[in-house]
Design a protein around this ligand. Sequence first.
Ligand SMILES: Nc1nc2c(ncn2[C@@H]2O[C@H](COP(=O)(O)OP(=O)(O)OP(=O)(O)O)[C@@H](O)[C@H]2O)c(=O)[nH]1
Ligand SMILES: [Mg+2]
Ligand SMILES: [Zn+2]
Length: 303
Amino acid sequence: MTKSVIQPLESYRLAQYAVPVPCYICGSENTFDSEFCAHCLAPLALAHQANSQGAMPRMIAVIGASAVGKTVYLGVLMDMLSRLPDRMQILARGAFSITLQQTTLSALSRCRFPQKTPNDPDQWNWVHCQIRGGTKHGSFELILPDMAGEAVLQEVEHPHTYRVVREFLRKCDGVLLLVDALKIAEGGRDQEHFTMKLISYFSELEKDTKYGWEEQPVAVVFTKSDLCPECADDPNNFAQQQAAGLWQQCKQRFNRYRFFAAGVAGTCVSCEQRGEGRVNVPLRIEPHGIIEPFEWLLKNTLV
Ligand SMILES: Nc1nc2c(ncn2[C@@H]2O[C@H](COP(=O)(O)OP(=O)(O)OP(=O)(O)O)[C@@H](O)[C@H]2O)c(=O)[nH]1
Ligand SMILES: [Mg+2]
Ligand SMILES: [Zn+2]
C-alpha cells in the first residue's frame, strides 16, 4: 500500500523563471539561476553585479595571440593595483574577480608561470571591480576578461565561433592589445601578422557604443620587454623599426593609440621539467611598465 503524503504546491517558485536576466555582454535572456549565458557563455554574475550597482560598467578588452602574456600581465596588474592605494584604488566586486590575481601570483611565487587559459569561455577569469582615483571621472565600475588567445584567433579566422569575443569587442570602451616583443625582435613576422589581423577584425566590427573604432583608445603593449632592452627603452621607435606594418595600421585606423613596453620577470631560465618538457622559469619578479598602459587607457575612455 502506498502511504499518502501531502506535497505542497510551490508553484510560486516558477514565477522567478518568468523574469529573465539579460546577459550583460550579449543581451540574451537567461533564467535567474543560470551561471553562464546560454548564448555567449559569459558569466551571469556580471549581470547580477551590474544590476545591484546601478552604474554602467566600462569594459576593457585585453587581447593578443596565445602565449603573448595576457594572463601574466592582467594578474600582476590587478595585484599591483590592489597594493597601490595612492595611485589608484581598486575594489573587487564578487569573489570571482580575485581568482585571476590569485592564480597568477600563486604560480609566480612558486617560480612558475600560470597555465595557458583554456579555450572554453566558461572557464575564463573575469574581473569586475570598482576603480577610484587616477582618472578625471572619479569612481567607476570596470569589467575585463582574460580571454584565451586561441579562441580570439579562432573568432578572427571564423567569425561567430566565439560569440563572447565578438560581443565584448563590440561593446568595449578601450583595448589593451598585447604583442610579444621577443618574437618581433627575433624577426618572425607571425606575431605582427596576427596582431594586424586582430586590428582589422575589431576595427571593422560595428560598434555598440556612440563612438566608432577610430575614437576608441588602443594601448599596444609589447610584453616580455625584460628580454628585449631596445623595446623597453623606446617602444614607439621599436614599433616603427621592427613592426612597421603594425605601426602603420595603428596610424591609419586609430586617432588615439600609444605604444608601451611591459615586463614581469627579472630573470628567466628555460629548463626541462619532468612531464612538462621545456618550460620558462621566472627566477625573479620585477614588474615594469604594467600600470602605465592601463592608466593611459582609463584616462582616454570616452564614457
Ligand atoms: N620573460 C617573460 N616571459 C613572460 C612574461 N609574461 C609571460 N611570459 C611567458 O609567456 C608565457 C605565456 O604567458 P601567458 O600569460 O600564459 O600567455 P597568454 O597570453 O595568457 O596565453 P593564452 O592563455 O594561451 O592566451 C608564460 O608561460 C611565460 O613563459 C614576461 O613578462 N616576461
Ligand atoms: Mg592566458
Ligand atoms: Zn551572453
